[in-house]
Design a protein around this ligand. Structure first.
Ligand code: PLP
Length: 431
């Protein structure tokens, strides 16, 4: 009998070496079966916050498993789901009063898009169903999330599965879509959204953004004013604003949520990744009372008919509650500030290297855009850099010619410095 083999995401079976077997995780480290310790400088696809194997989160999951592993959430509830809702309420912007569970970042986005479209339909305005999204955006791999994501190698084969979306400028200052300089511009890049909403606001249900930081599109950091202007435009034209905080949530940008940095509140917010501290998959979509009210109806057709089997899973809720408790019991924001300081110091030094086009930073996320003739996700630099880093026991996964560092908050400062030493050597050696 032939064996059943795992199909690993993002790997080219013809080219890539065999996957590395990980025996366990500890803090910022992955320990391989052969004993090698690899520093996880990407938080295992941006999910881990407080370190691998944090005993408090592990214990919370084990405790919960002994009580209730899962229950249908339609018509039932459980104490960990209720506790999580109350805990999140303390952190999220005040206008967000309702929470809908799903499974991951992509499904949290699907829920937000569907809620936005049905919201207007329930209000008797079914023509208001179009979506606007940003250039360079990435919102996940399911069909709706791919539709609102910008064109990329991730979406290219699936054109026929994507619904049409209005694409407007993002604030990619290093490659400004209008050829302006940040020092003297007035965030004119929002004018394409302003024009769209002025022309078609009556048909547009929602604008979706990754607030302040576009992740998979190249770790592009936006000026705060960009997000503030997008919020103001949505309000002016009565269009819902969806903030996809799947990556930016839970302290990554220096505050609990990126929206907090800009002092704005969205109408819908998507969370996942760090929600459970990186232990279990779970997504949530939060919305305002105004949005939820449109679904309170005696007409069954106004019901939101969406629900995944593992919606509100008690084990994931227990992990999320324990992770949020760690924000209160451990010096999480001090750790975040310490990482941000090291990023700033080391990026300033790296900027002097000739091959570095731009460095970007927001909170615990740092990016180094390298000059390359084949800039973009499929840049030939990517596999060479990846291998170079791994040979030195550093897990970094460049987005094409953009190297980024996004560590768990517990990374020891000297280890973070070593990550930068290795990046510096790679730039000297490979470019
Ligand atoms: N939204 C953003 C901003 C993301 O960065 C991602 C994943 O990287 C997603 C959505 C999709 O999340 P998931 O991979 O959990 O489906």
């Amino acid at each position: 009998m032939t064996s059943l083999r795992i199909w690993h995401p993002f790997t080219q079976a013809a080219l890539d070496p065999s996957p590395l077997p990980v025996a366990r995780g500890e803090g910022a480290y992955l320990i391989l079966e052969d004993g090698r310790r690899i520093v996880d400088a990407v938080s295992s696809w941006w999910v881990n916050l407080h370190g691998h194997g944090h005993p408090r989160i592990a214990a919370a999951i084990a405790e919960q498993a002994k009580k209730l592993e899962h229950v249908i959430l339609a018509g039932f509830t459980h104490d960990k789901a209720e506790e999580l809702a109350q805990r999140l309420r303390k952190w999220v912007p005040g206008d967000l009063t309702h929470l809908f569970f799903s499974d991951d970042g992509s499904t949290a986005v699907e829920v937000a898009l569907k809620l936005a479209v049905q919201y207007w339909s329930n209000l008797g305005r079914p023509e208001k169903r179009e979506i606007a999204a940003l250039e360079h955006g990435y919102h996940g791999d399911t069909a709706g999330a791919m539709s609102v994501s910008d064109d990329s190698p991730f979406t290219e084969p699936f054109g026929s599965m994507r619904f049409p979306v209005h694409r407007v400028h993002s604030a990619y200052c290093h490659r400004c879509p209008l050829g302006l300089e940040r020092a003297t511009c007035h965030i004119e890049c929002t004018e394409s959204l302003a024009k769209l909403l002025a022309d078609r606001g009556e048909q547009i249900a929602a604008v979706i953004v990754e607030p302040l930081l576009q992740g998979a599109g190249g770790m592009i950091v936006h000026p705060i004013e960009f997000l503030q202007k997008v919020r103001a435009l949505c309000t002016k034209h009565d269009v819902l604003l969806i903030a996809d905080e799947v990556l930016t949530g839970f302290g990554r940008t220096g505050k609990m949520f990126a929206c907090d940095q800009a002092g704005i509140a969205p109408d819908l917010m998507c969370l996942s990744k760090g929600l459970t501290g990186g232990f279990l998959p779970m997504g949530v979509t939060l919305c305002t009372a105004r949005v939820e009210a449109a679904f309170r109806s005696h007409d069954p057709r106004n019901t939101f008919f969406h629900g995944h089997s593992y919606t509100g899973n008690p084990l994931a809720c227990a992990a999320a509650c324990a992770s949020l408790q760690l924000f209160e019991d451990e010096p999480v924001f001090e750790r975040i500030a310490a990482i941000a300081k090291i990023h700033a110091e080391r990026l300033a030094r790296l900027r002097e290297a000739g091959a570095v086009g731009e460095t970007r930073q927001i909170g615990t996320v740092a990016a180094i855009e390298l000059g390359a003739d084949d800039a973009g996700y499929l840049s030939g630099l990517r596999p060479r850099l990846y291998r170079y880093f791994l040979e030195r026991s550093v897990l970094l996964r460049p987005l094409g010619n953009v190297v980024y560092v996004l560590p768990p908050y517990v990374i020891p400062p000297d280890e973070l410095h070593r990550v930068y030493d290795v990046i510096g050597q790679a730039i000297e050696t490979l470019l």
